[in-house]
Design a protein around this ligand. Structure first.
Ligand code: GDP
Ligand code: IMO
Ligand code: MG
Length: 423
């Protein structure tokens, strides 16, 4: 398998975890390069469900190496919990996991400030996962962050962390919240650090040795989705990292000329969790999916907002990520629909737009221009070959691929590993 970056082509939760797990069969190394435990990637193997937040979804396959790269922000206590949770379920997490010594830490004051800043925003809140992601990336950019490598020098770490806690406590107190106990935070972070120490290394060197000596096949597991990208997303209703394909290179240290393909994962419709503009949002579709028990967040359990497939935004996503392969998931979600809407343009008043405006307020004013496609009204969940799908379902996915301008590579018709059609 060539080196492939896998990105979410919409607003996250496209089914990246499931597709990564499927593709890992052909890969040697799976790399996370951005985001943190705001991500929730669901994998279902023989009816058993796993939700991964920080650990690459490749961990569920034997003899594969998983890497948490330098671009990730990592909550050490939460990561220890995730490792132990997997080990309790019989999943091997040992030499098969490497953690970059340069990944920034998410610490308790980041989580508190994330929550406090959200509640201060009132009606203008972002709807974050409250995992401390924004404040941790802000500290990284502000050059006041602590990194996993710091955990390897406990005395110095304790000194640096105590100083940061005192600085942040002043802000926390001002915002009316109880200050943190420096000793408690230092102790719990160092305890987690002791468990994580054997995993922490210079992952850039490992990745380049793997590329040079063994010509390893690498899969880069994106978190979140294109329109949550800090640069290209619906700012300010975004996350705080580059979720687009370029982020995989800066967040891992593997250069662009070693990347062969970019696969975009997209749902056959659209979902979004959190606030922000969403042109094809449809209350009836949301109601229908929620009543089917579908579309509840894997990290926060929040009901996802649902809407029709948006070819305008996804085409833009294909362009900025360089997507050449598409994995369309959740096709089965549309099995019962009589008619399916696909957004092929936006209008603001009499003005027609071919690209989504970069301004969120303008995007919120966009009215979708739809075409209607006939539904197939048959279950697709048992299809295993493309030819098993009803003709109208095949027409639908081909139409989507044509509209956004990339090759159809995978169609997913259920959460299970086996419910995956490779074209
Ligand atoms: P990720 O964050 O992109 O990995 O996606 P999530 O795991 O947060 O959300 C995707 C949801 O859709 C999960 O519940 C998956 O188990 C589920 N899923 C993925 N592909 C399919 C599919 O083709 N059909 C159905 N019914 N569920 C799917
Ligand atoms: P996966 O990897 C869907 C959303 C939040 C919020 C915004 C900012 O599972 O696709 P943050 O906590 O990152 O500061 O929140 O981004 N968000 C996600 N939405 N899937 C995700 O990850 C998300 N990670 C963050 O809901 O709107
Ligand atoms: Mg998710």
């Amino acid at each position: 398998m060539p080196n492939t970056i896998l990105v979410g082509a919409q607003w996250g939760d496209e089914g990246k975890g499931k597709i990564i797990d499927f593709l890992t069969d052909e890969a040697d190394v799976v790399v996370r390069s951005q985001g943190g435990n705001n991500a929730g990637h669901t994998i279902v193997i023989e009816g058993e469900k796993y939700v991964l937040h920080l650990i690459p979804s490749g961990i569920l396959r034997k003899s594969k190496t998983c890497v948490i790269g330098n671009g990730v922000v990592l909550d050490p206590v939460s990561l220890v919990g995730e490792i132990q949770g997997l080990q309790e379920r019989g999943v091997k997490v040992g030499k098969n996991l490497l953690i970059s010594d340069s990944a920034h830490l998410v610490l308790p004051y980041h989580r508190i400030l994330d929550g406090l800043r959200e509640s201060q925003k009132g009606g203008k809140k972002i709807g974050t996962t409250k995992r401390g992601i924004g404040p941790a990336y802000a500290d990284k950019a502000f050059r006041t962050g602590l990194r996993t490598g710091d955990l390897l020098k406990p005395d110095l770490f304790a000194e640096k962390l105590t100083k940061r806690i005192k600085e942040n406590n002043a802000v926390i107190k001002e915002l009316g919240e109880k200050p943190l106990s420096p000793k408690e935070v230092v102790d719990e972070s160092l305890a987690a650090g002791q468990i994580l120490a054997p995993f922490i290394t210079n992952t850039v060197v490992f990745l380049h040795e793997a590329l040079a000596a063994k010509n390893s096949n690498m899969l880069f597991e994106g978190a979140q989705g294109t329109f949550l990208d800090i640069d290209h997303g619906t700012y300010p209703y975004v996350t705080s990292s580059n979720t687009t394909s370029g982020g995989a290179c800066t967040g891992s240290g593997v250069p662009p000329n070693r990347i062969d393909h970019v696969m975009g994962v997209l749902k056959a419709y659209t979902t979004r969790v959190g606030e922000g503009p969403f042109p094809t949002e449809d209350a009836d579709l949301s109601k229908r999916f929620h009543s089917m028990g579908r579309e509840f967040g894997a990290t926060t359990g929040r009901a996802r907002r649902c809407g029709w497939f948006d070819a305008v935004s996804t085409k833009y996503s294909v362009m900025i990520n360089g997507i050449d392969q598409l994995a369309i998931t959740n096709l089965d979600g549309l099995d019962e629909a009589e008619w399916i809407k696909v957004c092929v343009g936006y209008r603001i008043g009499s003005k027609k737009l071919d690209f989504p405006p970069t301004d969120s307020e303008e995007l919120a004013l966009c009215k979708p221009v739809y075409i209607d496609m006939p539904g197939w009204r048959k279950s697709t969940e048992n299809a295993r070959e493309f030819s098993d799908l009803p003709q109208k379902a095949r027409n639908y996915v081909k139409k989507i691929a044509g509209l956004v301008g990339a090759n159809l590579s995978i169609v997913s018709i259920g959460p299970g590993r086996e419910q995956t059609i490779r074209l």
